[in-house]
Design a protein around this ligand. Structure first.
Ligand SMILES: Nc1ncnc2c1ncn2[C@@H]1O[C@H](COP(=O)(O)O)[C@@H](OP(=O)(O)O)[C@H]1O
Ligand SMILES: [Mg+2]
Ligand SMILES: [Mg+2]
Ligand SMILES: [Mg+2]
Length: 331
């Protein structure tokens, strides 16, 4: 008999919904506090707050499960970051939580696991921090990996309305979720009620397809994707979106292709940037591989070190994309 993951999904949804409340509160402010990480990427009080909240809920429900998450609390512990830490306390208080600073550090640092094991969660507390800062798309992405397979996923997209052009005014976005083998659903992130089944598009003619990619050309090569689009005779302009919202729009059939093409040698994709989105797309009937057509390997710790780039599609055109990538010299 296969294992029942309904409890895992229930807590994952609750954790993502709770974290999205904090993210929306911070996102509503004119300009949230931002720190620069050692790799020069931005991190906000919402990234830390979201990671702490999800970690807290998982610790209570599944105390033995390790978590591989994006953030750690080392910056926050610096004496010159007191204002930043106080801002996190203030956001938690809005949600009725009054933890000590030590508790916040503990929750965040519980997600600092790096090693692969048979069962673990991976968390991106805000995927698309740059999108969050420009009040565009971002996602809270949580996934459970069992024996190397993404098994449960909940990807909250607080700024994603019923279409990509329709940005909701308050917390009205959707959370996309899946249990392996049971299909994918979308439901309102605020209520978590009335899940609706989602499916990838049934389009087969590549000339009619919609391709999406990162807003940031530093995260995915826009010039290579334009060459692929030309080969596939795609006429529509690419839709540029931050975060795993791209996986979600492919999963619900609004777009047909999501390309993430390497911009520089040496960058390894991180598991938290993909795990949740991968399961949602696969369970909606789509296909996810790297640029060579290999499945993503989630057994390598925090990085997808056996893969290069990511190709997501409705399935119908996947082989054609892989061929086109070879023809334009990406693989
Ligand atoms: N050179 C690079 N190539 C691919 N992805 C990169 C990258 N540098 C940073 N990223 C990742 O791109 C993610 C955002 O993706 P997107 O462009 O699709 O919104 C970032 O997640 P965070 O925002 O969680 O840090 C970060 O992990
Ligand atoms: Mg990310
Ligand atoms: Mg992030
Ligand atoms: Mg980041």
């Amino acid at each position: 008999m296969s294992a029942d993951y309904s409890r895992e999904l229930e807590f994952a949804l609750r954790a993502v919904s709770h974290a999205s409340e904090l993210c929306c509160s911070v996102n509503g402010k004119i300009s949230p506090d931002v720190l620069e990480k050692s790799d020069k990427s931005p991190v906000t009080i919402a990234d830390f707050g979201s990671q702490a909240l999800v970690s807290r809920i998982l610790e209570e429900a599944f105390p033995d499960d390790p978590i591989i998450g994006e953030e750690d609390a080392s910056e926050l512990k610096q004496p010159d970051q007191m204002n930043f830490l106080n801002a996190i306390h203030a956001e938690m208080a809005v949600l009725g939580l009054h933890p000590t600073s030590e508790q916040i550090f503990h929750w965040i640092d519980r997600c600092s696991q790096k090693e692969y094991c048979d069962r673990f969660w991976t968390l991106d507390p805000i995927d698309g921090t740059k999108g969050f800062l420009r009040k565009g798309q971002y996602a809270i992405s949580l996934a459970l990996i069992v024996n190397g397979e993404v098994t449960v996923a909940a990807v909250g997209c607080p700024n994603l309305g019923s279409t990509v052009d329709d940005v909701p005014e308050s917390i009205q976005g959707e959370v996309f979720s899946a249990i392996r083998g049971q299909g994918a659903t979308a439901r309102p992130i605020a209520s978590l009620r009335n899940p609706e089944s989602i499916k990838v598009s049934s389009r087969t003619a590549t000339s009619e397809m919609v391709l999406c990619e990162s807003v940031e050309s530093g995260h995915s090569s826009h010039s290579h994707s334009a060459q692929v689009a030309e080969r596939l005779q795609i006429s529509a302009d690419p839709v540029r979106l931050d975060s795993q919202a791209k996986y979600c729009v492919v999963a619900r059939g609004e777009a047909d292709i999501y390309l993430r093409l390497p911009t520089r040698p040496g960058y390894q994709e991180k598991i938290w940037d993909h795990a949740g989105g991968v399961l949602v797309v696969e369970e909606a009937g789509g296909t996810v591989t790297d640029v060579t057509g290999k499945p993503l390997d989630f057994r390598q710790g925090s990085e997808l070190s056996n893969n290069r780039g990511v190709v997501v599609s409705n399935g119908a055109c996947h082989d054609q994309i892989i061929e086109a990538l070879k023809a334009v010299g990406v693989s």
